[in-house]
Design a protein around this ligand. Structure first.
Ligand code: NAP
Length: 291
């Protein structure tokens, strides 16, 4: 089976391509940034380029992971966010419609407003509060409206990427090298999601050909502070103090919901289990440190 991946050079794309190759898929990786000789340049905002590429490469399935993932940049550069995350997704979906190809769209658990006390499941109505999450949710709507054979997988706070990690874990690991104390927000909650586990989860659902919308995160929930404490524990950096602080002390351009905690409800109904985030984080840090 031939699989095209957009955003293949990114944090998730890298793990996904590895997982796909391991499972015997023929992988066609594409991206606009840091492409290698084995990776083709494909800008998802260019519909003609997307159509030409897909017509030529004839994949059986497309994993669409390309996105503008800098949440604060999206809040400031609104047109840029919608152009990539919504129109770019529409382009991939339009091309899938034209050439009758099944599509996987990677979305985010951040599409909710965060006011619900209990974890959100797939049947809760999204109500995104930032430009990034609005643009991702509009992407979901385009995929649903244009295609019959689609998977939408919402991920939680991503862990992974090694040197390509631009997110929270990499920032904490870097700070631990030089600081004696780090202040970390303890009033925002989410579900850590290891790129490797997320990729495996997606492939299990894809194998079943059960099209639709799914939440895929590691089990359990955490604040940023909880995650930082675990990083300190696993890297044995107990000499660095992790101090809990309110997000009000860290004003950022984009609003973050109080809670992005979700339940992998549909995954559980299918009998697919995800391991606890602590276990996944420990494994990732071991591998990352060996790189
Ligand atoms: N990271 C998270 O915590 C998180 C959580 C939930 C969901 N997600 C979703 O998961 C997916 C993968 O995210 P990630 O963390 O792997 O992000 P990432 O590391 O930023 O990877 C995204 C990739 O897409 C590329 N890209 C940007 N604009 C493009 C365009 N016009 N055409 C083709 N490629 C383009 C980026 O290149 P440049 O780096 O050069 O821009 C980057 O290589 C995204 O859909 C994201 O919304 C991420």
């Amino acid at each position: 089976m031939k699989v095209l991946v957009t955003g293949a050079a990114g944090m998730l794309g890298t793990a996904l391509c590895k997982e796909l190759a391991k499972k015997g898929y023929e992988v066609s990786p594409t991206d606009i940034g840091s492409t290698t000789p084995a990776m083709d340049y494909l800008d998802i905002t260019d519909l003609k380029a997307v159509n030409d590429f897909i017509k030529r490469s004839k994949p059986d399935l497309i994993f669409h992971a390309a996105a503008e993932t800098d949440v604060d940049r999206c809040e400031i550069e609104v047109d840029h966010a919608y152009k990539i995350n919504t129109l770019g997704t529409e382009n991939v979906a339009l091309s899938c419609q034209r050439y009758d190809i099944a599509m996987v769209y990677v979305s985010t658990c951040g599409v909710f407003d965060g006011t619900k006390e209990a974890p959100y499941n797939e049947f809760d109505a999204p109500s995104p509060i930032s430009i990034y999450t609005k643009s991702k949710y509009e992407g979901e709507k385009a995929v649903r409206c244009l295609l019959r054979r689609y998977f939408i997988f919402r991920a939680g706070w991503m862990i992974g990427g090694g040197k390509k990690d631009k997110k929270f874990v990499a920032k904490i690991v870097e700070l631990l090298k030089t600081k004696d104390a780090i202040s970390v927000v303890n009033d925002k909650f989410g579900c850590p999601t290891y790129t490797k586990d997320f990729s495996e989860g997606m492939l299990k659902v894809v194998d079943l050909a059960r099209y639709g919308l799914y939440h895929i995160t590691n089990e359990g929930q955490a604040s940023r502070y909880d995650i930082a404490c675990k990083i300190v524990e696993y890297l044995k950096k107990n000499n660095v103090a992790i101090k809990p602080i309110s997000s009000a002390a860290f004003p950022l351009p984009a609003p973050r919901p109080r809670s992005e905690v979700v339940d992998n409800y549909k995954l559980k109904l299918l009998g697919i289990k995800m391991r606890p985030w602590e276990e996944a984080l420990r494994e990732y840090l071991n591998e990352f440190n060996d790189e």
